[in-house]
Design a protein around this ligand. Structure first.
Ligand code: TAP
Length: 488
């Protein structure tokens, strides 16, 4: 980054190992969600810049040293990148916190997970082997894992460091090269990681970042014929647009498209353990988490007690600036646009007669221009209501009641999504039954790991998307099987 005007910084994107402006020279202003003030700029790239980045990536894949590099060496580079993230941990946490509005403690947790992703995929790079397959007499058949080639990653604004790390870690481990388009609302740490990748020794053109809007840079990237595979995390609507663009080139995709994740609380649950987890699963990152536990389903005999206890906790929650001292329970939302979306859904639910059991507060000292949203708890929500079916992506929790396992499963599976679920019960047999019957990519029993678990395969059913990220499983998505047959 280069200092331009006092208090502001002009960041450049990274293409072909060089830090460059957009061809047009245009910029996008970067706003801090805590006060609504501009503190930096990023290049406003368009199709021409995307084309340069894809060409640089292609050249690097076809002609550079990357292709021939032994997997163990690729792994060492990823491990080294993780070490550089560790070296710059405080700087990265502060930058992520300022750019997204998340409290510094969350920024630090994101950096810790980011280090772990690069470490995990650094170690995994040489661990996925092919097979030898018994075949006809006189032949030897074997499989090789091949990279796709140029992987395009379109990254959202809620966890830029972590989502970039899970995409980049798996893609680079398998020998792909990358072109990443971060969200215009939160691009800075993605640029910084690409700079660190150069410092770590990744060959030029392996790790490219193009900044700009989704409708220009994002659309140009996902439909670029030079891209071999597209991975996207974000809203279902944008995911559909990206899949259509990739389909025109017959390219494969991984889609992580959010959720409406249920936490099922049976009357025999350990409530002392469950209650803080239920609250945290919806206020973490101000509810802007794909795996946020946004629906709590409570067995009828326990409903009143759980609702009352949650209302007591929600009434005490306070949203404040990312750098508040002491830290607040949650930060602002990422943008004025996101705050308006959340407010519209809360207003609609209230207007339809859904009972608001509690509302938290916004720090009275929070700067005027920030994008704050007080946490909200709705009770006895109709499962057909919009707030019960659609992702709010804000600190808004809905409570439902159920009678018996069948109704619990019906409610849990009653949205178009299927990303994560929590099951709270002391009954061991029921834990197993529910884990099987709930349609979700991850099920947590007596815990809820919203977003956590670098090692744990992650992805959804239905509207939550397809393909799997994280853990060893992501390596399969980021590579393709080649079968080779020898006649001897
Ligand atoms: P999206 O539109 O899905 O944005 C995610 C990423 O896609 C950003 O980098 C965005 O760029 C880019 N993008 C937008 N339109 C594109 C297009 N036509 N082609 C290619 N890329 C494109 O999300 P949003 O509008 O920021 O948020 C809306 C809602 O999406 C939220 O309320 C939330 O429900 C959901 N969401 C879910 C997730 C996860 S983790 N599942 C993450 C973010 C948002 P720009 O932002 O630069 O335009």
């Amino acid at each position: 980054m280069d200092a331009e005007t006092p208090g502001q910084a002009a960041w450049r994107q990274v293409i072909g190992g060089r830090r460059v402006e957009a061809v047009s020279g245009a910029h996008i202003e970067v706003v801090c969600p805590s006060d609504g003030k501009v503190f930096a700029t990023i290049p406003a790239s368009r199709a021409e810049d995307v084309d340069l980045a894809v060409r640089a990536a292609r050249k690097s894949f076809d002609e550079g040293p990357w292709r021939a590099m032994p997997a163990v060496e690729r792994g060492r580079l990823l491990t080294r990148l993780g070490q550089l993230v560790e070296r710059d941990a405080e700087e990265l946490a502060a930058l992520e916190s300022r750019d997204t509005g998340k409290p510094l403690r969350q920024g630090r947790a994101d950096v810790a997970a980011t280090m772990r992703y690069y470490e995990f995929y650094g170690g995994a790079a040489d661990k996925l082997h092919g097979d030898t397959i018994p075949f006809l007499e006189g032949y030897t058949a074997l499989t090789l894992r091949e990279p796709h080639g140029v992987v395009a990653g379109v990254i959202p604004w809620n966890y830029p460091l972590q989502i970039l790390a899970r995409v980049a870690g798996a893609a680079l481990a398998m020998g792909n090269v990358l072109v990443v388009k971060p969200a215009e609302d939160a691009s800075l740490t993605t640029i910084r990681i690409a700079e660190l990748a150069l410092e770590a020794g990744f060959p030029e053109g392996v790790f490219n970042v193009v900044t700009g809007t989704g409708s220009e840079a994002g659309a140009a990237l996902s439909g670029h014929p030079g891209v071999d595979y597209v991975t996207f995390t974000g809203s279902p609507g944008t995911g559909t647009a990206i899949q259509q663009a990739a389909a025109l080139n017959n390219r494969g995709v991984t889609m992580e498209l959010g959720g409406k994740s249920p936490q099922i609380v049976f009357a025999d649950a350990d409530l002392d353990k469950a209650l803080p987890v239920l609250v945290n699963a919806i206020i973490q990152n101000a509810g802007q988490t794909c795996s946020a536990g946004s629906r709590v389903l409570i067995e009828r005999p326990a409903y009143d007690a759980v609702a009352e206890a949650l209302a007591g906790r929600f009434a005490k929650l306070v949203a404040g600036p990312h750098d508040a001292d002491p830290e607040r329970d949650l930060g602002p939302l990422v943008s004025a646009r996101q705050r308006a979306r959340v407010a519209a859904m809360v207003d609609e639910a209230e207007a339809s007669g859904i009972a608001m059991l509690a509302r938290g507060a916004v720090d009275e000292h929070a700067p005027q221009g920030g994008f704050y949203a007080a946490p909200v708890l709705f009770g006895a929500v109709d499962p057909a209501a919009r707030i019960a079916r659609e992702e709010v992506f804000g600190p808004v929790l809905s409570l439902f009641s159920f009678e018996g396992e069948d109704e619990a499963v019906r409610l849990a599976n009653g949205t178009d999504y299927g990303l994560v679920a929590g099951v709270w019960t002391r009954d061991g047999a029921r834990q197993h039954r529910l884990a099987k019957r709930v349609r979700a990519g991850q099920v947590f029993v007596n815990s809820y790991g919203a977003g956590g678990g670098v090692e744990l395969p992650f992805g959804g059913f239905g509207r939550s998307g397809h393909g799997r990220e994280k853990g060893f499983e992501a390596l399969y998505d980021m590579s393709a099987t080649k079968t080779v047959v020898f006649d001897h």
